[in-house]
Design a binder for this molecule. Structure first.
Ligand code: ADP
Length: 467
């Protein structure tokens, strides 16, 4: 008999979880799983054979032989075959790589394994930016004025520009990590932007679909963490402010959003629940919004996965989102996780996360590579570190993104959290490879940051932060 789509998924114990990812997020997931008494399996590419995540799991297997550093982590058949061979019950995709590929989720479940994340159907309805806009409108949530669907011809784009005016932003439907996006302030930039966004999107995501939005000047980026179980229950964990960005990519994130009026906070969180509720969203996800200078908010996209910056939400709520993902994948209800309703989620204090990267701020943020001749990290009260391969002797290769370690600080106020963060950044001793630490120090001690005034143009408008 067919199971109705709303029926609870049968409870299924996860004894062993494979993480189809690398670096800090793989280690983060191993830690969560180990604390829940689950066994852990790492996969690693040839290029990652000395990386730390390989050694942080109970078992580790080389994958993607001869396929190159990135593709090694994208071999769906190989990962599923390995999981079955090693008696794995569940696969966690982390972020990036296969985490937003609905075919992967589908294949994992079809193989009788548990996919730790939303269903393929939920990913399809919300993961793609064009589909996500449609869903938001259906849920009655405002989106940035834009084209209803993909742009097929240049004439459509020019017509939209004529009606709505400039500036505009060309965005890839499948975009992520700030790629496949071009701001256009006139006709020439629009035509160029369409072509270059398309080719970048095709190269990066294998999908050249683009659409247009009005480009909002100096908005704040506010996002809401949501969590649903497989039984239709849904809660949010308040918001994060991720306005400090470089090239549309987050650099410093914090929770809660400073200066957000309580009624506006409530409205944004309610909007996120409406969108996620539309599909009875399962697992952890994030609804992203832009907040303009007049206090209006617009949905931009939903990320159907755990995010890099989930740490700050964990710090202010005291909840473990990755463990919640694993338990939900086993069929647990939110009530069983101690969250019978929204009132169970409380926030306290302020948390900040800095992404320490091996980039040289004085040289256009060029990624640096080499051996870490020395690595000493900070610690102490109110500090959390999530690192991939950060240790004395580690080799930083050019094959992956340049994230070295995430540092998060918690204090009762923004001011206190910033002081702890500043102290942490000063406490680091990293030799052999350049990092963005001096730049991060400038950001988090800037008067605009301390006053909670920063919007998404902050870094561009303050070139002196790089000195
Ligand atoms: P990605 O999926 O690549 O992260 P997003 O759609 O989440 O892309 O956008 C990333 C960032 O780009 C936003 O946080 C914001 O700073 C900027 N951005 C995106 N859309 C707009 C817009 N319509 N107006 C102004 N800035 C935008």
């Amino acid at each position: 008999m067919a199971v109705p789509p709303t029926a609870p998924t049968p409870a299924r114990r996860i004894r062993k979880v494979l993480v189809a990812n690398r670096g800090e997020i793989a280690i983060r997931i191993f830690r969560a799983a180990t604390e829940l008494g689950m066994g852990t399996v790492a996969v690693y590419s040839h290029e990652d054979r000395l990386s730390l995540h390989r050694y942080k799991a109970d078992e580790a297997y080389l994958v993607g032989k001869g396929r190159g550093p990135i593709d090694a982590y994208l071999g769906i058949d190989e990962l599923i075959a390995l999981a079955r061979e090693k008696d794995v019950d569940a696969i966690h995709p982390g972020y990036g790589f296969l985490s937003e590929n609905p075919d992967f989720a589908e294949r994992v479940e079809a193989a009788g394994l548990v996919f730790v994340g939303p269903t393929a159907e939920q990913q399809r309805r919300l993961g793609d930016k064009v589909a996500g806009r449609k869903a938001a409108l259906e849920a009655g949530v405002p989106v940035v004025p834009g084209t209803d669907g993909p742009i097929a011809h240049e004439e459509e784009a020019l017509l939209f520009a004529k009606t709505h005016g400039y500036p505009l932003i060309v965005k890839a439907a499948a975009g992520g990590g700030g790629r496949g996006m071009r701001v256009a302030r006139d006709r020439r930039e629009l035509l160029e932007g369409l072509a270059s966004a398309r080719s970048e999107a095709r190269a990066s995501f294998g999908n050249a679909t683009v659409f247009l939005e009005r480009f909002l000047e100096r908005p704040k980026h506010i996002e809401v963490q949501v969590l649903g179980d497989a039984h239709g229950h849904l809660v949010h964990f308040f918001e994060r402010d991720c306005s400090i960005q470089r090239r549309h990519q987050k650099v410093v994130e914090q929770a809660p959003a400073p200066g957000l009026a309580p009624a506006l906070r409530e409205a944004i969180c309610a909007a996120a629940l409406k969108i996620a509720g539309l599909v009875r969203y399962r697992s952890a996800g994030t609804c992203e919004f832009l907040l303009d200078r007049e206090g209006r908010f617009y949905f931009i996209e939903m990320n159907p996965r755990i995010q890099v910056e989930h740490t700050v939400t964990e710090m202010i709520t005291g909840r473990n989102l990755v463990q919640a993902q694993l338990r939900i994948a086993e069929g647990a209800t939110l009530a069983e996780l101690g969250m019978p309703d929204q009132r169970a989620i409380e926030a306290r204090g302020h948390a900040i996360q800095c992404r320490v990267t091996t980039e040289d701020p004085q040289n256009g943020f060029m990624p640096d590579t080499g051996t870490l001749k020395a690595y000493r990290s900070p610690g102490g009260a109110g500090v959390r570190l999530d690192a991939g391969s950060a240790f004395t002797g580690a080799v930083i290769t050019p094959h992956y993104d340049s994230l070295l370690v995430k540092v998060s600080s918690w204090g009762l106020t923004l001011d206190e959290a910033s002081r702890i963060m500043h102290r942490c950044l000063q406490e680091f001793r990293i030799r052999g490879v350049k990092t963005n630490i001096p730049f991060l120090e400038n950001v988090i001690t800037h008067p605009d940051f301390l006053a909670g005034r920063c919007d998404t143009s902050f870094i561009d408008e303050h070139p002196e932060l790089r000195e």
